[in-house]
Design a protein around this ligand. Sequence first.
Ligand code: PMV
Length: 326
Amino acid sequence: MHEAEVTARANANVALVKYWGKRDARLNLPATGSLSLTLDELGVEASVAFGVTDADVFEVDGEPARGETARRLADFVDLVRADMAPRPPVRVRTRAFMPLGAGLASSAAVFAALALATTRAAGRRLDPPALSALARRGSGSAARSIFGGFVEWHLGRRPDGTDSIAEPLAGSGDWDLRMVVAIVSTAPKAVSSRDGMRHAATSPFYPAWVAGADADLAEARTAIAARDLDALGRVSEHSALKMHAVGLGARPPLLYWQGATVDCVQRVWRLRAEGVPAYVTIDAGPQVKVLCEATSSAAVAAALAEVGGVQRVLTCGPGEGARIVT
Ligand code: PMV
């Protein structure tokens, strides 16, 4: 039996040791492990109901989903619906609680919320590791948004991906850091992370990127256990800058940065020289995300707001994992 409609909420996460490259594109199995911080503020609610409409309905922020977005939502629901006979029509509605058009990727939060809402609506209760493996199929980084706080997504060894799941390392209340986000552009990204990752293999730096991941993960894990911001920040910057160096070496080159991205990085490095522990990370877009203590987040946000080309600055804290709302 399935329930009427289930709504689940999940938050975005920002990787401190990045996921950039797959060993299996269909199953979204990564080439390396990765490690992230789930954020508060940047959330998504997904509502799923089976059998309440005559045909499938996919709605994103009140508008019918189109093209690639609709296809990804349908493919994801089919992973759960494959076991249901007769195959019921589904209604999926997602709503983002984040500044729209802020150039921040919501797919991790969308697929983590959907993994929980879809399985519950289908009358199934999956444990968090199984939800993580399911969310991964929608978007790799969604595997991590099932959990709050600091999270590691394991590479896994099995070909079916059942062990490529995330695991919490420290809860959202365990270490009061901040992620200050400088929004440099709100334009839709030119190259999706999916395409960027596929293209990474053309870079001579890609094998070195893959080879270095285990050491970066070990360093990050140790830093989190010791609550050592400087150690965590140093390895986070190293991982992010290596990921972007892979793109610079690709053919043709791939560069997600804009001028203001570089200006933000240099501003943060100056802040650090002045004694403020703050470290940058950058994903598949031009925004700069800065990891710092709660007590220095106002100073970091003020410094970034003054950088030319920065449109807006958001400050996020550690957030919770995916949960049922209704
Ligand atoms: O999960 P995807 O396909 O949106 O890829 C995420 C890629 C990065 O955000 C750049 C890195 C990461 O680990 O989240």
